[in-house]
Design a protein around this ligand. Structure first.
Ligand SMILES: Nc1nc2c(ncn2[C@@H]2O[C@H](COP(=O)(O)OP(=O)(O)OP(=O)(O)O)[C@@H](O)[C@H]2O)c(=O)[nH]1
Ligand SMILES: [Mg+2]
Length: 194
């Protein structure tokens, strides 16, 4: 997809702060530091529109990026960041839940896991939660640049068999570092916007 004018629109923590123009939303979900904000930058070819950090816990609100008035990338805070206070973790958990369960505009959930590791218990919980929402989902095994290219298929299969043994949810490798596999992901995003 050719992106001309991607814009950061708003950071929200409550539904009355979400955009109200009805554009479809592609939402990034995954543990802290897995690469959700980097994914947004990679897909729109901007280095710093979404703020990223090598420290987990960078994104603390729901950030809406307006992509050419066609759709939003919605960058959520990650889960599993133990340095956040318990109270803050609960608050963040609550507004993620509110967003995922009530937002009618969601057209696709992109669920990121780390290609190098087995999905965590929190990943499995989140995956079940996404499935119970009934929303379309794409699983991305991110940071594929961190393993040998010859091991990528095997690692993706292993992640798929742990999260989705039926194999009915698309699961692809991804890497923001090497900017590979983007075309396949765009195809799924575009299909979800029809
Ligand atoms: N090698 C490699 N590093 C990546 C990739 N994607 C992200 N990173 C790095 O991982 C770190 C975390 O990236 P973010 O995009 O901030 O992660 P996030 O999921 O938004 O994290 P939170 O906002 O804390 O939930 C940064 O240092 C990124 O440069 C990737 O595909 N490959
Ligand atoms: Mg982030």
């Amino acid at each position: 997809m050719l992106i001309k004018n991607p814009k950061f629109e708003i950071s929200a923590v409550r539904h009355n702060q979400y955009p109200s123009n009805g554009l479809p939303e592609i939402v990034l979900v995954g543990k802290s530091n897995v690469g959700k904000s980097s994914f947004v930058n990679t897909m729109i070819n901007r280095k710093k529109l979404a703020r990223t950090s090598s420290e987990p816990g960078k994104t603390r609100q729901i950030n809406f990026y307006n992509i050419d008035e066609k759709f939003y990338f919605v960058d959520l805070p990650g889960y599993g960041y133990s340095k956040m206070s318990k109270k803050e973790q609960e608050q963040v958990g609550k507004f993620i839940e509110d967003y995922l369960f009530h937002r009618k505009e969601i057209s696709l959930i992109i669920f990121l896991v780390d290609i190098r590791h087995n999905p965590t218990e929190n990943d499995k919980l989140m995956y079940r939660y996404i499935m119970s929402s009934g929303l379309p989902c794409l699983i991305l095994a991110n940071k594929a640049d961190k393993i040998a290219i010859t091991k990528v298929d095997e690692a993706v299969k292993s992640i798929q068999s742990q999260l989705n043994p039926l194999g009915d949810i698309p699961t692809l490798p991804f890497s923001s570092e090497r900017k590979i596999y983007q075309e396949d992901v765009w195809k799924i995003i575009e299909d979800s916007l029809i």
